[in-house]
Ligand binder design. Structure first.
Ligand code: SF4
Length: 419
């Protein structure tokens, strides 16, 4: 590991992953070239074991490979083993990560069953403790991780920077011939906070393959700058994400913009998309965005994705959008079953196109494609299977018939797992 500051590190060659030390979290490996792991976080009250277990199960079934929960009170810590039991009764074995702030050392000490049930502890060096207590409380958590053989994510955060580190760096900055600007000092404080904490954890006895780092901020350019620097200065596995991405399209766009640049440079071993859900919306949206980001970049395949044209003045009605939505929703609903049953089904490609201009061409590139009639075209919809025109659909039942064709294709083209 190099601990030197390198503000302009050369990005990794596109397509190559930055080498990192692998960390095992339950059955999941993060880093060392393992597939980039999707994770998420609940927003239920952890003290409510029933609701929290239900949401963890939903997130896991949507494809979250790790799920984090806040552990903020003695009652929340006491609920953790009951959450784990409920999940096991539901047949959900996703590793649960405990998120600790301020009182993690006390909660882990007083609730051994919580310490045991969690697959990883996440701590924030900016609020693990203050003043003289900071070092002892940090050490107490690391010692608990050693006692229970758990990995730890040291997650520094722009919004809760270690103020003693900021003060030290400001003093250092005053002695520079050309002082850094304030954002450079803050970036360095974030990175040094994570790296120094990791070094301290290793001194206490935690192995390098039990440590994951993150340095989260909420700005796209800042995140890219921080992670390029962090990645060049260590070989710990890295967790990527904006600390608060925001709501709706803004959250999705900001997360994708920041993470895509870093992932393309080979930086990042696990990702979380910190979306604010729309009121009443499912928490699983953040999992779908994370999967779609990795899949559209060609880094992983999770579920068949529908290629659909945007539609234009040549499209005749909303039917084309409705069909694309119906097909994508059908695939997502079926995927928990298909994933278990059919080997490789996640690589299936689908196209729903609005007219003859690009419809047949795009449909031929997909495993299954349909080209709906545009303005002035005959009211028929040719379906292409593996590049060949297989049939033409007409009438009011096109959506159901197309979904039937899809189901038959999956059942006949993918081997049952274990065959
Ligand atoms: S395929 Fe046809 S309907 Fe779709 S955007 Fe292109 S021209 Fe418009």
């Amino acid at each position: 590991m190099s601990d030197k500051s390198s503000p302009n590190p050369r990005p990794a060659e596109s397509g190559k992953r930055r080498p990192s030390v692998g960390v095992q979290i339950g059955k999941v490996i993060v880093g060392s070239g393992a597939p980039i792991v999707v994770q998420s976080m609940t927003n239920t009250d952890t003290e409510d074991a029933s609701s929290t277990a239900k949401q963890i199960a939903e997130l896991a079934r949507a494809g979250s490979e790790l799920v984090r929960i806040t552990v903020n009170t003695p009652a929340a810590a006491a609920a953790v083993p009951r959450i784990r039991e409920r999940l096991e009764m539901m047949g959900v074995d996703v590793p649960i990560i405990g998120d600790f702030h301020y009182n993690g050392h006390q909660l882990l000490e007083s609730e051994p069953a919580c310490a045991e049930a969690l697959a990883k502890y996440r701590i924030n060096p900016g609020n693990v403790g203050f003043g003289k207590k900071k070092d002892s409380q940090f050490a107490a958590i690391i010692e608990m991780a050693l006692r229970y053989d758990k990995p730890v994510r040291i997650g520094a955060n722009w919004g809760s920077l270690d103020q003693s580190m900021v003060a030290t760096l400001m003093d250092e900055n005053h002695t520079r011939a050309v002082p850094w600007d304030a954002s450079h000092v803050a970036r360095e404080a974030l990175i040094r906070s994570a790296l120094d904490s990791a070094q301290r954890a290793e001194e206490i006895g935690l192995a390098r393959d039990r440590i994951i780092l993150s340095c989260k901020v909420s700005g796209v350019q800042e995140l890219i700058a921080v992670y390029r620097d962090l990645a060049a200065r260590c070989d710990y596995a890295l967790h990527l994400g904006l600390t608060e991405a925001g709501m709706g399209s803004k959250g999705i766009t900001a997360s994708s913009a920041a993470l895509a640049v870093l992932l393309q440079e080979g930086i990042g071993d696990t990702i979380r998309i910190s979306l604010t859900p729309e009121p009443g919306a499912s928490r699983t949206g953040e999992v779908i965005v994370a999967q779609e980001l990795l899949q559209t970049m060609g880094l992983r395949a999770f579920t068949p994705l529908v290629t659909a044209c945007p539609g234009c003045g040549r499209t005749t009605s909303e039917f084309f959008q409705e069909l694309a939505k119906t097909v994508q929703e059908h695939v997502r609903e079926q995927m928990p079953l298909w994933r278990v049953k059919y080997d490789g089904v996640e690589n299936l490609t689908l196209a729903v196109m609005g007219c003859v201009v690009n419809g047949p061409g795009e449909s031929k590139h997909a495993n299954i494609g349909i080209s709906l009639p545009g303005n002035g075209e005959a009211p028929s919809a040719p379906v292409f299977i593996d590049g060949e025109k297989a049939m033409t659909l007409r009438g009011d039942n096109i959506a159901n018939e197309f979904v039937g064709i899809l189901d038959n294709y999956v059942a006949s083209h993918y081997h049952a797992r274990g065959d």
